[in-house]
Ligand binder design. Sequence first.
Ligand code: IPM
Ligand code: MG
Length: 385
Amino acid sequence: MRFTEDLPKVETLQSPRKAGTEYHDINEDGKDMTQKICILPGDGIGPEITAQAVRVLEALEPGFEMETALLGGAAVDATGDPYPEATRKLAAEADAVLLGAVGGPKWDALPREQRPERGLLGIRKHLGLFANLRPAILYPELANASTLKPEVVSGLDILIVRELTGDIYFGQPRGIENRNGERFGFNTMHYTESEIRRIGRVAFEAAGKRNKKLCSVDKMNVLETTQLWRDVMNELAPEYPDVVLSHMLADNAAMQLVRAPRQFDVLVTGNMFGDILSDEASMLTGSIGMLPSASLDGNGKGLYEPSHGSAPDIAGRDAANPLAAILSAAMMLRYTFNKEEAACRVENAVKKVLARGLRTGDIFEPGMTKAGTKQMGDAVLEELG
Ligand code: IPM
Ligand code: MG
């Protein structure tokens, strides 16, 4: 388990691995350089959508070594632990992790330590995945799928950079206790300046490669922790003279995201605000079923997962949208394996499938062709050629 004293240094989002590394390469120290991916299908629709993303990876990069393990409710059922030892070992050894989704009503009544979400939080913390990138892009073909007016969302392309291993999510002390004859619930919000600085650097660098606008979201009018957040972001700004930094209070940011979302390029915020704002941003694009995410440790390792949940209501019916999972695999090719061209190929294939009019239920509109999970995967593979 990595604690905050042991922060990895983040200089760049690029993988330290060299592009074009041969498979089963043996480096100078005689170490096997085979590229390993840990597959964690999880619960609900997780296994179905992950299967399609795996097909895409296999088609593009037949040399990847892939191994599957249990996480979340599936792991609780099999072992009693949402992040069992065998999964910890495999995830720690792998270069990248591909995750489906975890959770479902079946496990809702379990004690907190056994809830599937604990598995997700556990793997994020264990692997030190502090930088969560959640892009929200509106594909022109889906402009009508958004609940917002097309003129408000068309051309939308924003990136939320969410801190993922700190904040009130992990802060101690926490709990529910009996105090003075009644129950008392408490959590602790905290950030060290080094935690803020490393996520700030990721965000500034990402903005530098995009439209060079970074908006940091906090609640400094009420919370001291986020005053420190704002101070540290301001201290970093001179190191990135080409990026324009602005600040916004979290409540206003929630409003601006639906009022005028295209004012944003990159947003950077803490774990809890990032959780809320990234769900909100996903809806601007029409469906959360389209949004991938990457959670990075700053040294090239990453966990890649759709931003959506396990959708137990449609699980096992070949109805889920696999595109977020497939786009997550594209992010893996880009951020862990430094295969920009392969990543773009996947993203272009997804665009072509949408242009062909194929739609799963979540993005369906009259006049389009309704497709199942596997059929969408087939179509992406066809477009990859
Ligand atoms: C997310 C999810 C998780 C979170 C849950 C499932 C623990 O909502 O990835 O956004 O709150 O981080
Ligand atoms: Mg969330």
